[in-house]
Design a protein around this ligand. Sequence first.
Ligand SMILES: Cc1cc2nc3c(=O)[nH]c(=O)nc-3n(C[C@H](O)[C@H](O)[C@H](O)COP(=O)(O)OP(=O)(O)OC[C@H]3O[C@@H](n4cnc5c(N)ncnc54)[C@H](O)[C@@H]3O)c2cc1C
Length: 539
Amino acid sequence: MSGRTAGGFGGSSPRASSAGGFGESSPRAHSVVVIGGGLSGITAAIALRDAGIDVTLVEARPRLGGAASSFARGDLMIDNGQHVFLRCCTSYQDLLARLGATGLVTIQERFDVTVLSPRGTARLRRTALPGPLHMGQALVGYRLLPLADRLKVARAALAMRFVDPADPELDGTALGDWLAARGQGEAARRLMWDLFIVSALNIAGDEASLPLSATVIKTALLGARDAADIGIATVPLGDLHGRAAADLLGRLGAQVRLGSRAVSINRLAGGFLVGLESAAGGARLAGGEGSQPAGPDVSELAADGVVLAVPAAQAARLAGAAGVGGASRWDELGSSPIVNIHVVYDRPVTTLPFAAAVESPVQWVFDKTTQAGLGTGQYLAVSLSAADSYVDVPAASLRDQFLPALEQLFPAAAQARVSDYFVTRERRATFRQVPGVGAIRPGAATLVPGLVLAGAWTDTGWPDTMEGAVRSGQNAAERMISELARPYSRSQAAATHPVTARTVLAGARASDNAQRGRSVFAGARASDKPPRGRSGAAS
Ligand SMILES: Cc1cc2nc3c(=O)[nH]c(=O)nc-3n(C[C@H](O)[C@H](O)[C@H](O)COP(=O)(O)OP(=O)(O)OC[C@H]3O[C@@H](n4cnc5c(N)ncnc54)[C@H](O)[C@@H]3O)c2cc1C
Protein backbone atom coordinates (compact mmCIF):
# COMPACT_ATOMS: atom_id res chain seq x y z
CA MET A 1 0.00 0.00 0.00
CA SER A 2 1.15 3.50 -0.58
CA GLY A 3 -0.04 6.91 0.39
CA ARG A 4 0.95 10.43 1.12
CA THR A 5 1.31 12.17 4.44
CA ALA A 6 -1.51 14.55 5.14
CA GLY A 7 -2.62 16.46 8.18
CA GLY A 8 -3.72 15.78 11.71
CA PHE A 9 -6.85 16.60 13.58
CA GLY A 10 -8.72 19.54 15.01
CA GLY A 11 -8.83 23.15 13.93
CA SER A 12 -5.18 23.92 14.65
CA SER A 13 -3.66 20.86 13.01
CA PRO A 14 -1.52 21.08 9.90
CA ARG A 15 -3.24 20.09 6.67
CA ALA A 16 -2.24 18.64 3.36
CA SER A 17 -2.58 21.33 0.73
CA SER A 18 -3.13 18.75 -1.99
CA ALA A 19 -5.74 16.77 -0.15
CA GLY A 20 -8.47 19.20 -1.16
CA GLY A 21 -11.20 20.84 0.80
CA PHE A 22 -9.11 22.51 3.52
CA GLY A 23 -9.11 26.23 2.88
CA GLU A 24 -6.12 27.68 4.79
CA SER A 25 -8.02 30.78 5.85
CA SER A 26 -11.44 29.36 6.59
CA PRO A 27 -12.28 27.25 9.63
CA ARG A 28 -12.00 23.56 8.83
CA ALA A 29 -15.12 21.41 8.82
CA HIS A 30 -15.04 18.45 11.18
CA SER A 31 -14.34 15.13 9.53
CA VAL A 32 -15.86 11.74 10.27
CA VAL A 33 -15.15 8.28 8.89
CA VAL A 34 -18.23 6.07 8.79
CA ILE A 35 -17.23 2.40 8.75
CA GLY A 36 -19.91 0.20 7.16
CA GLY A 37 -22.28 1.00 4.31
CA GLY A 38 -25.45 -0.78 5.46
CA LEU A 39 -28.61 1.20 6.19
CA SER A 40 -27.22 2.40 9.52
CA GLY A 41 -23.98 3.71 8.02
CA ILE A 42 -25.79 5.25 5.06
CA THR A 43 -28.19 7.06 7.39
CA ALA A 44 -25.41 8.32 9.63
CA ALA A 45 -23.35 9.49 6.64
CA ILE A 46 -26.26 11.46 5.15
CA ALA A 47 -27.16 13.08 8.47
CA LEU A 48 -23.53 14.03 9.21
CA ARG A 49 -23.06 15.45 5.73
CA ASP A 50 -26.27 17.43 6.20
CA ALA A 51 -24.68 18.91 9.31
CA GLY A 52 -21.75 20.18 7.23
CA ILE A 53 -19.30 17.52 8.35
CA ASP A 54 -16.78 16.04 5.91
CA VAL A 55 -17.73 12.39 5.57
CA THR A 56 -15.85 9.42 4.21
CA LEU A 57 -17.80 6.16 4.23
CA VAL A 58 -15.76 2.98 3.91
CA GLU A 59 -17.48 -0.26 2.96
CA ALA A 60 -15.72 -3.61 2.72
CA ARG A 61 -17.96 -4.94 -0.03
CA PRO A 62 -18.11 -3.59 -3.58
CA ARG A 63 -21.58 -2.09 -2.94
CA LEU A 64 -23.64 -0.23 -0.37
CA GLY A 65 -26.74 -1.67 1.30
CA GLY A 66 -25.25 -4.21 3.73
CA ALA A 67 -27.63 -7.01 4.72
CA ALA A 68 -30.28 -5.90 2.20
CA SER A 69 -28.80 -6.53 -1.24
CA SER A 70 -29.40 -7.96 -4.71
CA PHE A 71 -27.42 -9.88 -7.27
CA ALA A 72 -27.87 -10.77 -10.94
CA ARG A 73 -28.79 -14.30 -11.99
CA GLY A 74 -29.10 -14.41 -15.75
CA ASP A 75 -31.59 -11.73 -16.69
CA LEU A 76 -33.12 -11.58 -13.20
CA MET A 77 -32.21 -9.41 -10.23
CA ILE A 78 -32.46 -11.47 -7.05
CA ASP A 79 -32.73 -10.09 -3.52
CA ASN A 80 -30.48 -11.86 -1.00
CA GLY A 81 -33.64 -12.29 1.08
CA GLN A 82 -37.14 -10.85 1.08
CA HIS A 83 -37.35 -7.62 3.10
CA VAL A 84 -40.67 -6.18 4.27
CA PHE A 85 -41.44 -3.16 6.41
CA LEU A 86 -44.55 -1.86 8.13
CA ARG A 87 -46.21 1.52 7.95
CA CYS A 88 -45.04 2.16 11.53
CA CYS A 89 -41.43 2.04 10.28
CA THR A 90 -41.36 5.81 9.93
CA SER A 91 -37.60 6.36 10.07
CA TYR A 92 -37.01 3.82 7.32
CA GLN A 93 -39.62 5.57 5.19
CA ASP A 94 -37.92 8.91 5.91
CA LEU A 95 -34.70 7.41 4.55
CA LEU A 96 -36.51 6.14 1.45
CA ALA A 97 -37.92 9.64 0.91
CA ARG A 98 -34.45 11.13 1.25
CA LEU A 99 -33.13 8.62 -1.28
CA GLY A 100 -35.94 9.56 -3.66
CA ALA A 101 -37.20 5.98 -3.40
CA THR A 102 -40.67 6.40 -1.91
CA GLY A 103 -42.23 5.53 -5.26
CA LEU A 104 -40.23 2.30 -5.42
CA VAL A 105 -42.12 0.62 -2.58
CA THR A 106 -45.76 -0.23 -2.16
CA ILE A 107 -47.69 -0.33 1.13
CA GLN A 108 -50.98 -2.13 1.60
CA GLU A 109 -53.98 0.14 2.00
CA ARG A 110 -55.02 -2.09 4.85
CA PHE A 111 -53.16 -4.87 6.73
CA ASP A 112 -54.26 -7.99 4.88
CA VAL A 113 -52.51 -11.37 5.15
CA THR A 114 -53.71 -14.63 3.66
CA VAL A 115 -52.66 -17.54 5.84
CA LEU A 116 -52.33 -20.84 4.00
CA SER A 117 -52.41 -24.28 5.54
CA PRO A 118 -52.70 -27.73 3.95
CA ARG A 119 -56.14 -27.93 5.60
CA GLY A 120 -57.49 -24.55 4.49
CA THR A 121 -57.01 -20.83 4.15
CA ALA A 122 -57.70 -17.92 6.48
CA ARG A 123 -57.47 -14.19 6.00
CA LEU A 124 -56.26 -11.75 8.60
CA ARG A 125 -57.47 -8.31 7.55
CA ARG A 126 -57.78 -5.26 9.74
CA THR A 127 -60.85 -3.10 9.83
CA ALA A 128 -61.13 0.69 9.97
CA LEU A 129 -61.78 0.64 13.73
CA PRO A 130 -59.18 2.30 15.95
CA GLY A 131 -56.41 0.07 17.38
CA PRO A 132 -56.44 -2.40 18.98
CA LEU A 133 -60.07 -3.04 17.95
CA HIS A 134 -59.00 -2.99 14.28
CA MET A 135 -57.62 -6.55 14.58
CA GLY A 136 -60.56 -7.99 16.52
CA GLN A 137 -62.56 -9.18 13.56
CA ALA A 138 -59.52 -10.78 11.93
CA LEU A 139 -58.72 -12.71 15.10
CA VAL A 140 -62.31 -13.84 15.65
CA GLY A 141 -62.50 -15.05 12.05
CA TYR A 142 -59.16 -16.91 12.11
CA ARG A 143 -60.59 -20.33 11.41
CA LEU A 144 -57.29 -22.20 11.46
CA LEU A 145 -57.30 -21.86 15.26
CA PRO A 146 -60.09 -23.32 17.46
CA LEU A 147 -62.45 -20.64 18.79
CA ALA A 148 -61.45 -21.20 22.41
CA ASP A 149 -57.81 -20.57 21.47
CA ARG A 150 -58.72 -17.42 19.55
CA LEU A 151 -60.36 -16.00 22.67
CA LYS A 152 -57.30 -16.89 24.73
CA VAL A 153 -55.06 -15.19 22.14
CA ALA A 154 -57.20 -12.05 22.40
CA ARG A 155 -56.82 -12.03 26.20
CA ALA A 156 -53.05 -12.49 26.02
CA ALA A 157 -52.73 -9.81 23.33
CA LEU A 158 -54.57 -7.36 25.55
CA ALA A 159 -52.31 -8.29 28.47
CA MET A 160 -49.31 -7.60 26.21
CA ARG A 161 -50.37 -3.96 26.16
CA PHE A 162 -49.15 -3.66 29.75
CA VAL A 163 -45.70 -5.17 29.11
CA ASP A 164 -43.09 -2.42 29.28
CA PRO A 165 -40.23 -3.32 26.90
CA ALA A 166 -37.92 -0.96 28.81
CA ASP A 167 -38.43 -2.80 32.12
CA PRO A 168 -35.03 -4.43 32.88
CA GLU A 169 -36.82 -7.04 34.99
CA LEU A 170 -38.33 -8.48 31.80
CA ASP A 171 -35.10 -8.62 29.80
CA GLY A 172 -34.44 -12.22 30.84
CA THR A 173 -37.95 -13.46 30.03
CA ALA A 174 -38.72 -15.63 26.99
CA LEU A 175 -41.91 -15.01 25.07
CA GLY A 176 -42.76 -18.71 25.23
CA ASP A 177 -42.77 -18.67 29.04
CA TRP A 178 -44.84 -15.51 29.17
CA LEU A 179 -47.38 -16.96 26.73
CA ALA A 180 -47.54 -20.31 28.53
CA ALA A 181 -48.27 -18.48 31.78
CA ARG A 182 -51.22 -16.87 29.99
CA GLY A 183 -52.76 -20.11 28.81
CA GLN A 184 -51.38 -20.07 25.26
CA GLY A 185 -51.11 -23.70 24.19
CA GLU A 186 -49.12 -25.22 21.37
CA ALA A 187 -51.76 -24.42 18.72
CA ALA A 188 -52.04 -20.75 19.68
CA ARG A 189 -48.30 -20.31 19.75
CA ARG A 190 -47.57 -22.09 16.46
CA LEU A 191 -50.58 -20.91 14.45
CA MET A 192 -50.84 -17.34 15.68
CA TRP A 193 -47.94 -15.91 17.70
CA ASP A 194 -45.23 -17.52 15.55
CA LEU A 195 -46.82 -16.02 12.45
CA PHE A 196 -45.53 -12.58 13.40
CA ILE A 197 -42.74 -13.15 15.91
CA VAL A 198 -40.59 -15.66 14.00
CA SER A 199 -40.32 -13.41 10.95
CA ALA A 200 -40.06 -10.14 12.89
CA LEU A 201 -37.39 -11.33 15.33
CA ASN A 202 -35.80 -14.12 13.27
CA ILE A 203 -35.89 -16.51 16.19
CA ALA A 204 -38.12 -19.43 17.23
CA GLY A 205 -41.19 -17.90 18.87
CA ASP A 206 -40.80 -19.64 22.23
CA GLU A 207 -37.16 -18.50 22.49
CA ALA A 208 -37.81 -14.86 21.58
CA SER A 209 -37.03 -11.96 23.91
CA LEU A 210 -40.25 -10.84 25.61
CA PRO A 211 -39.39 -7.09 25.48
CA LEU A 212 -38.61 -7.20 21.75
CA SER A 213 -41.73 -9.28 21.08
CA ALA A 214 -43.77 -6.75 23.02
CA THR A 215 -42.28 -3.90 21.00
CA VAL A 216 -43.36 -5.61 17.78
CA ILE A 217 -46.83 -6.59 18.97
CA LYS A 218 -47.59 -3.30 20.72
CA THR A 219 -46.25 -1.03 17.99
CA ALA A 220 -47.51 -2.93 14.98
CA LEU A 221 -50.59 -4.88 15.98
CA LEU A 222 -52.02 -3.11 19.03
CA GLY A 223 -51.08 0.46 18.14
CA ALA A 224 -52.37 2.81 15.45
CA ARG A 225 -54.76 1.02 13.15
CA ASP A 226 -52.57 1.41 10.06
CA ALA A 227 -49.29 0.58 11.84
CA ALA A 228 -49.03 -3.00 10.55
CA ASP A 229 -49.89 -2.33 6.91
CA ILE A 230 -47.17 -4.20 5.02
CA GLY A 231 -44.72 -2.53 2.65
CA ILE A 232 -42.53 -4.22 0.04
CA ALA A 233 -40.07 -3.00 -2.57
CA THR A 234 -41.13 -3.02 -6.21
CA VAL A 235 -37.51 -2.90 -7.40
CA PRO A 236 -34.46 -4.94 -6.35
CA LEU A 237 -33.08 -3.96 -2.94
CA GLY A 238 -29.75 -3.04 -4.49
CA ASP A 239 -31.45 -0.29 -6.50
CA LEU A 240 -33.76 0.77 -3.69
CA HIS A 241 -31.00 1.34 -1.13
CA GLY A 242 -27.45 0.77 -2.33
CA ARG A 243 -27.37 2.53 -5.66
CA ALA A 244 -29.66 5.35 -4.51
CA ALA A 245 -27.50 5.95 -1.42
CA ALA A 246 -24.28 6.03 -3.44
CA ASP A 247 -25.85 8.61 -5.77
CA LEU A 248 -27.15 10.79 -2.93
CA LEU A 249 -23.94 10.66 -0.91
CA GLY A 250 -22.02 11.57 -4.05
CA ARG A 251 -24.28 14.58 -4.64
CA LEU A 252 -23.84 15.62 -1.02
CA GLY A 253 -20.06 15.53 -1.40
CA ALA A 254 -19.34 12.57 0.83
CA GLN A 255 -16.60 10.23 -0.31
CA VAL A 256 -17.72 6.60 -0.56
CA ARG A 257 -14.91 4.06 -0.71
CA LEU A 258 -16.14 0.61 -1.74
CA GLY A 259 -14.00 -2.51 -1.36
CA SER A 260 -12.25 -0.84 1.55
CA ARG A 261 -12.19 -2.72 4.86
CA ALA A 262 -11.40 -0.97 8.13
CA VAL A 263 -8.89 -3.11 10.01
CA SER A 264 -8.01 -0.82 12.92
CA ILE A 265 -9.03 2.32 14.72
CA ASN A 266 -6.22 4.15 16.47
CA ARG A 267 -6.77 7.11 18.75
CA LEU A 268 -4.66 10.21 18.69
CA ALA A 269 -5.10 13.46 20.60
CA GLY A 270 -8.40 14.84 19.35
CA GLY A 271 -8.99 12.31 16.61
CA PHE A 272 -8.55 8.92 15.00
CA LEU A 273 -6.67 7.00 12.38
CA VAL A 274 -8.66 4.30 10.62
CA GLY A 275 -6.49 1.60 9.09
CA LEU A 276 -7.76 0.24 5.75
CA GLU A 277 -7.25 -2.81 3.58
CA SER A 278 -8.40 -2.69 -0.03
CA ALA A 279 -10.13 -5.54 -1.79
CA ALA A 280 -8.20 -7.32 -4.54
CA GLY A 281 -8.21 -4.94 -7.49
CA GLY A 282 -8.24 -1.89 -5.24
CA ALA A 283 -10.89 0.26 -3.63
CA ARG A 284 -13.45 2.05 -5.77
CA LEU A 285 -15.17 5.37 -5.31
CA ALA A 286 -18.96 5.29 -5.60
CA GLY A 287 -21.00 8.01 -7.24
CA GLY A 288 -22.62 8.85 -10.53
CA GLU A 289 -23.05 5.81 -12.75
CA GLY A 290 -21.42 2.89 -10.97
CA SER A 291 -18.02 3.27 -9.33
CA GLN A 292 -14.53 4.32 -10.41
CA PRO A 293 -11.10 3.12 -9.23
CA ALA A 294 -10.15 5.08 -6.12
CA GLY A 295 -6.65 5.79 -7.41
CA PRO A 296 -3.55 5.31 -5.26
CA ASP A 297 -4.22 3.02 -2.35
CA VAL A 298 -4.96 4.64 0.97
CA SER A 299 -3.97 2.68 4.04
CA GLU A 300 -5.20 5.10 6.71
CA LEU A 301 -7.79 7.80 7.03
CA ALA A 302 -7.54 10.59 9.57
CA ALA A 303 -10.70 11.99 11.08
CA ASP A 304 -12.07 13.82 14.08
CA GLY A 305 -14.65 11.11 14.68
CA VAL A 306 -15.54 7.56 13.71
CA VAL A 307 -18.99 6.02 13.35
CA LEU A 308 -18.64 2.26 13.62
CA ALA A 309 -21.64 0.93 11.67
CA VAL A 310 -20.66 -2.74 11.26
CA PRO A 311 -22.25 -5.90 12.69
CA ALA A 312 -21.75 -6.62 16.39
CA ALA A 313 -18.91 -9.13 16.05
CA GLN A 314 -16.81 -6.82 13.85
CA ALA A 315 -17.64 -3.84 16.06
CA ALA A 316 -16.53 -5.80 19.12
CA ARG A 317 -13.12 -6.45 17.55
CA LEU A 318 -12.50 -2.95 16.15
CA ALA A 319 -13.84 -1.04 19.16
CA GLY A 320 -12.19 -3.41 21.63
CA ALA A 321 -8.79 -2.83 20.01
CA ALA A 322 -9.47 0.93 20.13
CA GLY A 323 -9.87 0.73 23.90
CA VAL A 324 -13.64 0.51 24.33
CA GLY A 325 -13.88 -1.58 27.48
CA GLY A 326 -16.49 -4.34 27.50
CA ALA A 327 -16.81 -4.38 23.71
CA SER A 328 -16.09 -8.12 23.58
CA ARG A 329 -19.51 -8.66 25.19
CA TRP A 330 -21.27 -7.53 22.01
CA ASP A 331 -20.13 -10.79 20.43
CA GLU A 332 -22.50 -12.57 22.82
CA LEU A 333 -25.42 -11.25 20.75
CA GLY A 334 -24.62 -14.10 18.35
CA SER A 335 -26.35 -14.51 15.01
CA SER A 336 -29.42 -16.13 13.54
CA PRO A 337 -29.75 -17.29 9.92
CA ILE A 338 -32.35 -16.63 7.22
CA VAL A 339 -32.68 -18.93 4.20
CA ASN A 340 -34.64 -18.12 1.04
CA ILE A 341 -35.82 -20.81 -1.37
CA HIS A 342 -36.27 -19.37 -4.87
CA VAL A 343 -38.51 -21.17 -7.36
CA VAL A 344 -39.29 -20.00 -10.90
CA TYR A 345 -42.31 -21.70 -12.49
CA ASP A 346 -43.11 -21.66 -16.19
CA ARG A 347 -46.60 -20.32 -15.45
CA PRO A 348 -48.45 -18.46 -12.67
CA VAL A 349 -49.37 -20.69 -9.73
CA THR A 350 -50.96 -18.09 -7.42
CA THR A 351 -52.50 -14.63 -7.66
CA LEU A 352 -51.42 -13.68 -4.13
CA PRO A 353 -48.65 -11.05 -3.87
CA PHE A 354 -47.54 -12.80 -0.68
CA ALA A 355 -48.88 -15.18 1.93
CA ALA A 356 -48.02 -16.67 5.29
CA ALA A 357 -48.22 -20.40 5.93
CA VAL A 358 -48.78 -22.54 8.99
CA GLU A 359 -48.58 -26.32 9.46
CA SER A 360 -46.13 -26.29 6.56
CA PRO A 361 -42.34 -25.85 6.30
CA VAL A 362 -43.15 -22.70 4.29
CA GLN A 363 -43.31 -19.66 6.59
CA TRP A 364 -43.87 -16.74 4.20
CA VAL A 365 -43.87 -16.80 0.41
CA PHE A 366 -43.59 -13.79 -1.92
CA ASP A 367 -44.31 -13.30 -5.60
CA LYS A 368 -41.08 -11.73 -6.91
CA THR A 369 -41.97 -11.97 -10.63
CA THR A 370 -42.22 -8.28 -11.49
CA GLN A 371 -39.65 -7.03 -9.00
CA ALA A 372 -37.00 -9.39 -10.35
CA GLY A 373 -37.86 -8.61 -13.98
CA LEU A 374 -39.25 -12.01 -15.03
CA GLY A 375 -41.20 -11.81 -18.30
CA THR A 376 -43.18 -15.05 -18.34
CA GLY A 377 -43.98 -17.55 -15.62
CA GLN A 378 -43.90 -16.81 -11.90
CA TYR A 379 -41.02 -16.43 -9.45
CA LEU A 380 -41.79 -17.25 -5.82
CA ALA A 381 -39.39 -16.77 -2.90
CA VAL A 382 -39.99 -18.70 0.31
CA SER A 383 -38.53 -16.82 3.26
CA LEU A 384 -37.41 -18.99 6.18
CA SER A 385 -36.54 -17.15 9.38
CA ALA A 386 -34.82 -18.71 12.39
CA ALA A 387 -33.44 -21.11 9.79
CA ASP A 388 -30.89 -22.95 11.99
CA SER A 389 -32.22 -26.31 10.86
CA TYR A 390 -32.08 -25.36 7.14
CA VAL A 391 -28.94 -23.29 6.75
CA ASP A 392 -26.62 -26.28 6.23
CA VAL A 393 -29.05 -28.49 4.30
CA PRO A 394 -28.01 -29.07 0.65
CA ALA A 395 -30.12 -27.28 -1.95
CA ALA A 396 -31.28 -30.59 -3.46
CA SER A 397 -32.69 -31.80 -0.12
CA LEU A 398 -34.45 -28.46 0.41
CA ARG A 399 -35.94 -28.85 -3.07
CA ASP A 400 -37.32 -32.28 -2.14
CA GLN A 401 -38.98 -30.74 0.90
CA PHE A 402 -40.18 -27.38 -0.39
CA LEU A 403 -41.50 -28.08 -3.89
CA PRO A 404 -44.10 -30.54 -2.56
CA ALA A 405 -44.90 -28.11 0.28
CA LEU A 406 -45.56 -25.35 -2.25
CA GLU A 407 -47.76 -27.71 -4.27
CA GLN A 408 -49.81 -28.37 -1.13
CA LEU A 409 -50.39 -24.64 -0.67
CA PHE A 410 -50.69 -23.75 -4.38
CA PRO A 411 -52.20 -26.79 -6.18
CA ALA A 412 -51.54 -25.16 -9.58
CA ALA A 413 -47.81 -25.59 -8.89
CA ALA A 414 -48.22 -29.35 -9.38
CA GLN A 415 -48.99 -28.74 -13.07
CA ALA A 416 -46.20 -26.21 -13.58
CA ARG A 417 -42.62 -26.86 -14.66
CA VAL A 418 -39.86 -25.52 -12.44
CA SER A 419 -37.57 -23.57 -14.76
CA ASP A 420 -35.14 -22.38 -12.09
CA TYR A 421 -34.51 -23.22 -8.45
CA PHE A 422 -31.85 -21.98 -6.07
CA VAL A 423 -31.24 -21.17 -2.41
CA THR A 424 -29.75 -18.11 -0.72
CA ARG A 425 -28.40 -18.40 2.81
CA GLU A 426 -27.61 -15.53 5.17
CA ARG A 427 -25.91 -17.17 8.13
CA ARG A 428 -25.64 -13.99 10.16
CA ALA A 429 -28.85 -12.29 9.06
CA THR A 430 -29.61 -10.75 12.47
CA PHE A 431 -28.41 -11.10 16.03
CA ARG A 432 -30.20 -13.71 18.19
CA GLN A 433 -33.07 -11.79 19.73
CA VAL A 434 -33.36 -13.93 22.84
CA PRO A 435 -33.74 -13.15 26.57
CA GLY A 436 -30.90 -11.07 28.00
CA VAL A 437 -29.97 -9.11 24.88
CA GLY A 438 -31.25 -5.85 26.36
CA ALA A 439 -28.38 -5.85 28.84
CA ILE A 440 -25.82 -6.33 26.06
CA ARG A 441 -26.98 -3.94 23.31
CA PRO A 442 -24.99 -0.71 23.70
CA GLY A 443 -26.26 2.77 22.93
CA ALA A 444 -24.62 5.00 20.32
CA ALA A 445 -22.08 6.49 22.73
CA THR A 446 -18.93 4.70 23.83
CA LEU A 447 -16.54 5.73 26.57
CA VAL A 448 -14.13 6.81 23.82
CA PRO A 449 -15.32 10.28 22.85
CA GLY A 450 -15.66 10.64 19.09
CA LEU A 451 -16.09 6.88 18.57
CA VAL A 452 -19.79 6.24 18.10
CA LEU A 453 -21.75 3.07 17.33
CA ALA A 454 -24.49 2.42 14.79
CA GLY A 455 -26.12 -0.78 13.60
CA ALA A 456 -29.46 -2.50 13.96
CA TRP A 457 -27.91 -4.52 16.78
CA THR A 458 -27.34 -1.47 18.98
CA ASP A 459 -29.94 -0.40 21.51
CA THR A 460 -32.61 1.33 19.45
CA GLY A 461 -35.56 -0.20 21.30
CA TRP A 462 -36.38 -1.91 17.98
CA PRO A 463 -35.54 -5.40 16.75
CA ASP A 464 -32.75 -6.00 14.22
CA THR A 465 -34.63 -4.56 11.26
CA MET A 466 -34.26 -1.90 8.60
CA GLU A 467 -36.16 0.49 10.87
CA GLY A 468 -33.78 -0.29 13.73
CA ALA A 469 -30.78 0.24 11.43
CA VAL A 470 -31.99 3.66 10.29
CA ARG A 471 -32.82 4.73 13.85
CA SER A 472 -29.38 3.65 14.98
CA GLY A 473 -27.80 5.72 12.21
CA GLN A 474 -29.79 8.76 13.30
CA ASN A 475 -28.81 8.19 16.93
CA ALA A 476 -25.15 7.88 15.96
CA ALA A 477 -25.17 11.07 13.90
CA GLU A 478 -26.87 13.04 16.68
CA ARG A 479 -24.38 11.71 19.19
CA MET A 480 -21.40 12.48 16.93
CA ILE A 481 -22.57 16.02 16.27
CA SER A 482 -22.87 16.70 19.99
CA GLU A 483 -19.46 15.11 20.70
CA LEU A 484 -17.71 17.10 17.98
CA ALA A 485 -19.06 20.23 19.61
CA ARG A 486 -16.99 19.37 22.71
CA PRO A 487 -13.37 19.32 21.50
CA TYR A 488 -11.92 19.86 24.97
CA SER A 489 -13.36 16.69 26.40
CA ARG A 490 -12.24 14.75 23.34
CA SER A 491 -8.60 15.73 23.55
CA GLN A 492 -8.67 15.28 27.33
CA ALA A 493 -9.99 11.76 26.93
CA ALA A 494 -7.37 10.92 24.33
CA ALA A 495 -4.64 12.13 26.66
CA THR A 496 -5.97 9.79 29.31
CA HIS A 497 -5.74 6.87 26.87
CA PRO A 498 -2.65 7.67 24.80
CA VAL A 499 -2.15 5.87 21.53
CA THR A 500 0.77 5.74 19.17
CA ALA A 501 0.44 7.87 16.07
CA ARG A 502 1.27 6.31 12.76
CA THR A 503 1.62 7.80 9.34
CA VAL A 504 -1.47 9.59 8.16
CA LEU A 505 -2.15 9.12 4.50
CA ALA A 506 -3.91 11.44 2.14
CA GLY A 507 -7.00 10.77 0.13
CA ALA A 508 -9.64 11.03 2.78
CA ARG A 509 -11.08 14.38 1.89
CA ALA A 510 -14.63 15.02 0.88
CA SER A 511 -15.17 18.11 -1.20
CA ASP A 512 -16.34 21.16 0.66
CA ASN A 513 -18.34 22.69 -2.13
CA ALA A 514 -21.02 20.07 -1.97
CA GLN A 515 -24.69 20.68 -2.15
CA ARG A 516 -26.08 20.53 1.38
CA GLY A 517 -29.66 19.53 1.97
CA ARG A 518 -31.74 19.76 5.09
CA SER A 519 -31.82 16.48 6.93
CA VAL A 520 -35.17 14.78 6.83
CA PHE A 521 -33.88 12.81 9.76
CA ALA A 522 -33.85 15.86 11.99
CA GLY A 523 -37.64 15.72 11.74
CA ALA A 524 -37.95 12.07 12.84
CA ARG A 525 -41.17 11.77 14.73
CA ALA A 526 -40.24 11.21 18.33
CA SER A 527 -43.83 10.40 19.19
CA ASP A 528 -43.72 7.39 16.87
CA LYS A 529 -40.83 5.82 18.72
CA PRO A 530 -41.54 2.65 20.63
CA PRO A 531 -40.63 2.64 24.31
CA ARG A 532 -36.85 2.90 24.61
CA GLY A 533 -34.84 0.13 26.16
CA ARG A 534 -31.71 0.64 28.19
CA SER A 535 -29.17 2.78 26.46
CA GLY A 536 -26.00 4.50 27.49
CA ALA A 537 -22.29 4.43 27.08
CA ALA A 538 -20.55 1.15 26.45
CA SER A 539 -17.78 0.70 28.94
C1 LIG B 1 -32.09 -12.33 4.45
C2 LIG B 1 -32.48 -11.17 5.33
C3 LIG B 1 -33.81 -10.83 5.43
C4 LIG B 1 -34.19 -9.75 6.23
N1 LIG B 1 -35.50 -9.38 6.26
C5 LIG B 1 -35.83 -8.21 6.85
C6 LIG B 1 -37.15 -7.71 6.74
O1 LIG B 1 -38.02 -8.31 6.13
N2 LIG B 1 -37.42 -6.52 7.32
C7 LIG B 1 -36.48 -5.80 8.02
O2 LIG B 1 -36.79 -4.70 8.49
N3 LIG B 1 -35.22 -6.29 8.18
C8 LIG B 1 -34.88 -7.45 7.60
N4 LIG B 1 -33.60 -7.93 7.71
C9 LIG B 1 -32.65 -7.24 8.62
C10 LIG B 1 -32.08 -5.98 7.98
O3 LIG B 1 -31.55 -6.28 6.71
C11 LIG B 1 -30.96 -5.47 8.89
O4 LIG B 1 -31.47 -5.21 10.18
C12 LIG B 1 -30.33 -4.18 8.41
O5 LIG B 1 -30.16 -4.15 7.03
C13 LIG B 1 -29.00 -4.00 9.14
O6 LIG B 1 -28.36 -2.81 8.71
P1 LIG B 1 -27.02 -2.37 9.42
O7 LIG B 1 -26.54 -1.16 8.74
O8 LIG B 1 -27.22 -2.32 10.87
O9 LIG B 1 -25.97 -3.57 9.20
P2 LIG B 1 -25.44 -4.24 7.86
O10 LIG B 1 -26.47 -4.18 6.81
O11 LIG B 1 -24.91 -5.57 8.26
O12 LIG B 1 -24.25 -3.29 7.40
C14 LIG B 1 -22.96 -3.39 7.92
C15 LIG B 1 -21.99 -3.13 6.77
O13 LIG B 1 -20.67 -3.05 7.31
C16 LIG B 1 -19.80 -3.63 6.38
N5 LIG B 1 -18.57 -3.96 7.10
C17 LIG B 1 -18.40 -4.93 8.04
N6 LIG B 1 -17.15 -4.88 8.53
C18 LIG B 1 -16.54 -3.86 7.89
C19 LIG B 1 -15.23 -3.31 7.97
N7 LIG B 1 -14.30 -3.81 8.82
N8 LIG B 1 -14.91 -2.26 7.17
C20 LIG B 1 -15.83 -1.75 6.31
N9 LIG B 1 -17.08 -2.24 6.19
C21 LIG B 1 -17.42 -3.27 6.98
C22 LIG B 1 -20.56 -4.82 5.84
O14 LIG B 1 -20.03 -5.26 4.60
C23 LIG B 1 -21.97 -4.23 5.73
O15 LIG B 1 -22.20 -3.68 4.46
C24 LIG B 1 -33.21 -9.03 6.97
C25 LIG B 1 -31.86 -9.41 6.88
C26 LIG B 1 -31.49 -10.46 6.07
C27 LIG B 1 -30.04 -10.83 5.96
